[in-house]
Ligand binder design. Structure first.
Ligand code: B1M
Length: 222
C-alpha cells in the first residue's frame, strides 16, 4: 500500500498524468496519477487515505518547490492536471445515495483567482454530504454569484481564495452580496483565509477543510 501511495504522490508532484503522457520525459510509458489512483482504489485503499497521504501532500510539496523557485508555473499546471486526473476517480466515492437534498450550496473561486483543486474537493465532498452543489468555477465575479442566488434563492454561498491578492476580491464580493442580501449565509475558505479574516469581512463562517464546511452546512439545517 505504501509503495502505490508513494508512487501516486510522486506522479502528482512531478505532473505525470497518465501512461501515455509524454511529460516528464524520464517517466515515458510509466503509469501516471490516473492509473495509480484507479489501482489504489481497486486494491481497497480508502479515498480519504489517498487524499490525505498521497494527493494533498504532493500539492504541498509542489507549493514548497514553487516558493523555492525550483519549479515554475508550467510545472505547477502539470501537477494540477495530474491531481485532477486522480481526483476524478475519487468523485463516485464521495457521492451519497441521498435523493432528498439537504439544501443548495453555490460555490466558486473568487474573481481573479484560477485555483480550483481545493474548491473542487470541497464541492465534491459537500455533494457527497447530501447537498445540491452549483459549482460556478473559477474567477467568479460578484455578479455571477448574485445571478446564481437569483436562480437558487435559498442557497448558501461558498467562496474559495488561494491568493493573498484575491482575498481582497473575496472581501468585496462578501460586502456586495451582504449589502443587497444581508441574511445570505456565506462560508469562506482557502489556504490564506482565516477565521479572523472571515469575521473582518463579514462572512458567516470559515472552514480550513471540506469536513468543517460540511459540519457547518449541516448545522444550518439540523
Ligand atoms: Co498557484 N499559488 N499561482 N497555481 N498554487 C499558490 C496558492 C502559492 C501559495 C504557491 C507558492 O508561492 N508557494 C502562491 C500564492 C502566494 C500568495 O498569494 N501569497 C501561488 C501563486 C503565486 C500563483 C500565481 C500568481 C503564479 C504566477 O502566475 N506567477 C498564479 C496565479 C493565477 C491566478 O489564480 N490568477 C498561480 C497559478 C497556479 C496554477 C494555475 C499553475 C495552479 C492551479 C491549477 C488549478 O487549480 N487548476 C497553481 C497551483 C497548483 C498552486 C499550489 C501549488 C497548489 C494549490 C492546490 O491545489 N492545493 C499552491 C501552493 C499550495 O497551496 N501548497 C499555489 C491543494 C488543495 C487541495 O488545497 O486549495 O488549499 P487548497 O484547498 C484546501 C483548503 O484550503 C480548503 O479545503 C481544501 C482541501 O483541504 N478550502 C476550502 C479551499 N477552498 C475552500 C472553501 C471552503 C472551505 C475550505 O468553503 C467555501
Amino acid at each position: 500500500m505504501e509503495d502505490i501511495l508513494k508512487r501516486l504522490s510522486y506522479c502528482v508532484e512531478v505532473g505525470k498524468v497518465n501512461k501515455t503522457s509524454p511529460y516528464p520525459p524520464d517517466m515515458k510509458d510509466q503509469e501516471g496519477a490516473d492509473e495509480l489512483a484507479r489501482r489504489a482504489l481497486d486494491e481497497g485503499i480508502s479515498p480519504s487515505v489517498l487524499l490525505e497521504e498521497a494527493l494533498i501532500p504532493a500539492m504541498t510539496r509542489v507549493g514548497e518547490k514553487y516558493s523555492r523557485q525550483e519549479i515554475f508555473v508550467p510545472q505547477m499546471l502539470m501537477a494540477a492536471k495530474a491531481m485532477n486526473s486522480a481526483m476524478a476517480h475519487l468523485k463516485p466515492f464521495f457521492l451519497s445515495g441521498e435523493t432528498k437534498r439537504k439544501g443548495t450550496f453555490i460555490i466558486g473561486t473568487v474573481a481573479g483567482d484560477l485555483h480550483e483543486i481545493g474548491k473542487n474537493l470541497v464541492a465534491m465532498m459537500i455533494e457527497g454530504g447530501g447537498w445540491e452543489v452549483i459549482d460556478l468555477g473559477v474567477d467568479v465575479s460578484t455578479t455571477k454569484f448574485m445571478k446564481a442566488i437569483e436562480s437558487h434563492p435559498s442557497a448558501v454561498i461558498g467562496m474559495s481564495a488561494l491568493l493573498t491578492t484575491t482575498m481582497e476580491n473575496m472581501r468585496k464580493s462578501v460586502a456586495e452580496i451582504k449589502e443587497k442580501d444581508p441574511g445570505r449565509v456565506i462560508l469562506v475558505g482557502g489556504a490564506p483565509v482565516t477565521m479572523d479574516f472571515c469575521k473582518k469581512i463579514g462572512a458567516d463562517f470559515y472552514s480550513p477543510d471540506p469536513q468543517g464546511a460540511i459540519n457547518y452546512l449541516n448545522s444550518l439545517v439540523s
